[in-house]
Structure formats: C-alpha cells, structure tokens
Design a protein around this ligand. Sequence first.
Ligand code: ISL
Length: 641
Amino acid sequence: MEFTRASRLRDILAHPLGSDIVRQLARQMGRSPRWLTTFGGIRISWLARFLGSDVVDSLVTLLNSHPDRPGPGPEVKQWWQDAVFYQIYPRSFADSDGDGIGDLRGIIDRLDYLAELGVDCLWLSPIFDSPNEDMGYDIRNYRAIMSEMGTLEDADALIDGCHERGMRIILDLVVNHTSAEHPWARAAAADPDGPYGDYYFLRQGQREPNNWRSFFSGPAWRYLPETDRWVLHLFAPGQWDLNWDNPAVRGEAADIVSWWLDRGVDGFRLDVINLISKSPGLPEGSEIIGELLQFTGIEHYFFGPKLHDYLVELRRNGFTRRRPPRTTVRHRHTDGTLGDRLPPDPVGIMVGEAIGIGVESGALLARSNQAALDLLFNFDVLESPGHSRFDTYTYDPNYLKEYYLDYAQRSGPGDWLAVFWDNHDNPRMLSKIAGGAESDPAIRTAVGKLLATLQLTMRGTPFLYQGQEIAAINQPFSSMSELRDIESINRYRALLEQGWSPQQGWESVLAGTRDHARVPMQWEPDGGFTTGTPWLAGCDEAPGFSVAEQYANHDSVWWWYHALIALRRRTEDLRSGDLRFHLPRRRHYLAYVRGGRYFIEMNLSGRMQPRPKPPFECDLILGPPRNSHLAPYESSVSCRR
Ligand code: ISL
C-alpha cells in the first residue's frame, strides 16, 4: 500500500511500523491504543493540525520505505530458544585485584557459581578498551580489553571456562558509535576530508546542523574547534555516531564480529542497533514529537530507511562463520550433566537492543524469515503507560500481564520474545513493583519469586540480570555525588538549567538513575565484591539478601531461581510449549498453561486474592501449599495430574 497524506488512520494501524508508532504515542499519553482506533476513519492530514505537516510527511515517508506486514516465518528450533541468559555488568560483578573495579578474572572465579545457578549463556556488557565516559559503551579499541578488566588472554580463559562448563558467552557490540578517542575518530578530526572523515557525521556551519537532541541531555552535536566541524553524538559528546551509509564502516563492524567469533565468542548483544540508519540529509526533527517522546529527531533514526538491509549484511558478512572457532561449548544435558563439544553454530547469535521498536516493527527485524536479528529487546515492558523511568510511581504488575497478552496476540509464527526487565540501564523491577514495601523481607522475597516465576515460565528466552537471583533492589543513594552515570549527571544539570530546584532534580534522577542496577554484586553480608574501594558506592543493608545468605537458605529467592531454571531445562513444555492464558480478564491475577501440562498462576497484588479454579486437576511442583486464597504476590507452578 502506498501511503499519502490522504491515507486514513486505520491504514496506518494496519502497517507494522504505523501500528507501533501509534501505540507508542498512545502509551506516552497514558492512553489505551483502542482510544485511537475509534478514529480509524480520519485522514492523517487531519493529524497535521496537532503534529505538524513535517511529522505527517515523515510518517508517510517512513511507512512507504518499509515493507508491509512480514509473512509468517519458519518455526526452526534454535539453541537460544532453550537457553537462560545471564547479563553480567563486569564493572560491578567481581573484582579480583582489589582496584575496586570488576574484572574478567573475577568473573572466571565465579563461573562455578553461574554454572550451579544453571544459566546457559553469559552476556557481558562491554569489556573493550574504553575511556569509560559511558562505562565502556564508548569503545576506543574493539580488539583490546579495557586495562582495568584484564587482557585478551583473560578473555580467552573466560571463553574457555564458559564452554568447559556448558555455557556460551556473548559480548556487547557497540557499533552505532565509537569513543572520540578511537583511532578512526582521531583521524577524522585531524583530516575531516580524508578517508576517516566519512566514518562519522561531520558537518560545517555556524551552528548545530539540526535540532536533534542527545539521549543524555543537550544537543546531539558537538563542535570541534580544531577542525571547524560539528560531529553527531546521539549519546555522550565522546560517543560519535558512525556513518553506516559508508560501506567501509559496515565492513569494519563485520570484521570486528568475525574476529571475536573466531576467538570462540558465540555472538553479540547489539547496542542500540536500530539507530544505525539515519534519514538522508539528517532532517530537522519535529518539536512536537520531541516533546512527546523526549528526543527531538528520533523519527529520523529509530527505524531508518536502510536498517534492515544493514542488519542482513552484518549477519552475512560478520555473524555467519567462515572458519571454525578456537573453541566451542560442551553440550549440557537436560539433567544438567555435561556432554561433548558441540559443532560450531553456523551463525553467531544476534540480540538487538532496539529502543522504541515495538512488537510489530520488531518482527520486521527479528522474525525468522528476515535474515537479520535473532532476538530483540522490546522496551515497552519497562514502564507502565504514561510513565517515564524518571517518574516516581509504583509499577502496576497488571501491566506486565497486559504486555504479554498483547505480545501473544500481535506476534506471529517465527517471532520469539526476549523476556527481560532488569538490566544495567534500568532501576530494579522488584523495587518498581514493591514501591518501597521491599523493605519488608517477606514482600521482597515474594515479589522476587513472582518475577522469577514469570520470567522463567513465560514463552520466550529469559535474560536475567546479575542480582535478580538475590532479589536485588534499588539503592538508597543520598546525593548526586554518589552517582557515576553520565546520563544521570547530565540530566540533573539539564533539569536545573530548566529551572527545576535541586531537590526536584534529585528526586527525578534518583527515581530513574541507571546506577541503581550498577552497584556491586552483594556476595557477602558485608559486600564481598572487592578488597578495595568499590568504584560505585552501594550495599544492601537488609540482612539475608547476599549471595552467601541466600545460598544458605533453601527457601530463598536464589533457590527459587535455581529450581525454576532446572525445571525449565528438563521440561520441553516450559521451553517451547504453547502458551494459553487462564482467566485473562481477571484483575490482579495472571495464569497460563504451557504445553497443555504446566499451570502457572500469580497474584499480581500485595493483597490476598481468592484462588480461582485451575483449568485442570494438577499437582503443585513449586510454591506454597494451595488453599482457597493466593497470598500477596504468591506464585506457583503445577503440573497436570
Ligand atoms: O533508556 C535510555 C534512553 O533514554 C538509556 O538509558 C539507554 O541509553 C538506552 O536504552 C540505550 O542503551 C544502550 O546504549 C547507550 C548506553 O549508555 C547504554 O548503557 C546501552 O545499554 C549508549 O551506548
């Protein structure tokens, strides 16, 4: 279908990108998408009165540049559909040399811990050489390890240690941008008209080339006086966006991928990978969309015209193996015992981080017939409608239920969900849901177990984040001086410049700072992360929630994760069985059947709820004895008799 200004809203909603954009706008406004479908008959030219004609024209261009709804994809079994992933933030996981910064040797020392927990694949946030303006997401050398974290030999030892224990390992590929200290960037700044000048977006002019805003506050352009050029940075000023329209840049990215695959890495999580294709000419962004979605210009890069093409090319030229790797993983049987080395996966896994991409546009990038990504992080689950990360609010877990019902309804054959909510960029979901009640160890334990039950029995691939297994919660930071996250520091300064009071600015930053999830892992009651001074202060005063204490308590959240991971491993129905919701309209109650045999039910509220009749006679496998009511945040797994 060719879209024009005369197209009707219902036609927009019928397009995967159009549907997700409209839903995203509705969510930002705290409205149900159904509110918009009642106006299906209006022409989108009418929207120009509110959004401006430039927005309507951008929308028309965007929809016309992408194919209609993709057809069903083949349902091909992949190792990563069975796997439980575990994200490590290396800076805060384990420090082996006492410098207060986590390192690769620290992770190696904890591989037996991870293997006992039962995870199948580690994802490490960046470990490459970096000046750490954005904690490693500003890479200076893709083929060297950050000196604070170790050496290439340590990386090889870590890869070998994982494979020996039946665990794969993926790294974090940040190729939307590099550090300003990367040799390419230095060469571009020194000679903007030379071969590396076209690796980045360098522009001349008296002022910023357009009105795009950075995700880390302020303009997305930095002026380089020494070369009289502006350089684009969607993130920090030291994170220069790479020009993916340049075939040399695409070739560099592919070479980095295959270099690490040869060393034995099993794939990558791809940082903000949906941002790599920008609209030609880098046009002005709509101020209205900037107001609504916070980042002026986002409509010109969140799903650019060449995005799918570049991902297909990267999969073919980088992720598809051309030679056997140095090492491969040992098979782990369903009972957890280890088998022989597996043959190399023909293609390394591609897990795309895709901010702003929804269920249907995600299918254009990760459905099994798209030959692009394998999995995609959809961020719609992280905040309930009408809220941003920096709002102080209590997350209603009924929205989690709504999110999975919606995904089940709008996804299709060949789609596969990455089930996640905690990561290094977001406050802890346990704290969002408990809303302060997590200070009660019983509530903290119940919510921790509920989140484990949902994540490890929902249809899809679970991505755990370090600390979830010990019910980690947000940190009671007391001042800006304790924070290290550039996004938080820049936001605080920007809010004060906008006239917010220091207290208002602090409250907003405290609600959403990424540092909540970056405090050091709590191995012992008194820390156990380092023998030195941690790079980021933070410890958990509540007794009973360190790894050591959780491990010693068989009724803990840790053992609940352990039991669910083991159950999932030995139960095909929980890994790939179909998903049927039970009483989906019942509020504060989430229940579903997997593979026709396993019945999972949860109380999504902090109050007792009457327990409905189960869908069939079943025996409890995991959870408190079943009675007429569900305790606050109670969750359980049962099996058909
Ligand atoms: O949510 C966000 C946008 O408002 C940011 O917290 C986050 O930056 C975004 O999700 C993209 O994250 C990824 O790219 C960033 C890096 O700072 C994040 O740590 C990374 O996960 C830039 O590389």
